[in-house]
Design a protein around this ligand. Sequence first.
Ligand SMILES: [Mn+2]
Length: 185
Amino acid sequence: MPSGDRGCAGRQGECVFAYTLDALGHGDEAHKVADIAAQFLQQSDWSQSLVAIMRGCHQCLRGTRGAAVCLARLEPRNGMLEALSVGNIQVVHMRTSHSGIAQFKSLIMRAGVVGDRLPELRVSSMKVHAGDLLVMATDGIGYDWRQAYRGSITPRDLAETLVARHCLGNDDALVLALRFNGGEV
Ligand SMILES: [Mn+2]
């Protein structure tokens, strides 16, 4: 069955961007809505504020069944990460401390449907350091996965582990995991 979830990371000028989205429902119709949203985000100017991009995506999805959308942007020069999420997409910033303990910080999820009703849009900002991971997962993935994490896991292994072991099985599921390597991207 075609998926209504999409995730992508890319680079535009100085900034690195990433998005994850989950069109409501399943099947062909969700797949079509996901295509529209992904195309919009792919062609967006990511030097704009994330709020402006989210509002643009909202306009673009009006009249469709809508989607949960999460946007993130990193400025590699200063390590500042911004994220904005509407609907059920979990966003977790993971860091391993000097003593080897994994630390997790989840972004607050705000209810809403992009294309139908937006909540108050508040961008979260955080400083990221070399080695930190950013994980975005749609609601086909459970919330009980943190124990599976080890500090040395690669983003690919983490994403594959989550999909293999923490998929709820009743919905499309997608995980995007990114590691910040320091100032050089
Ligand atoms: Mn879903």
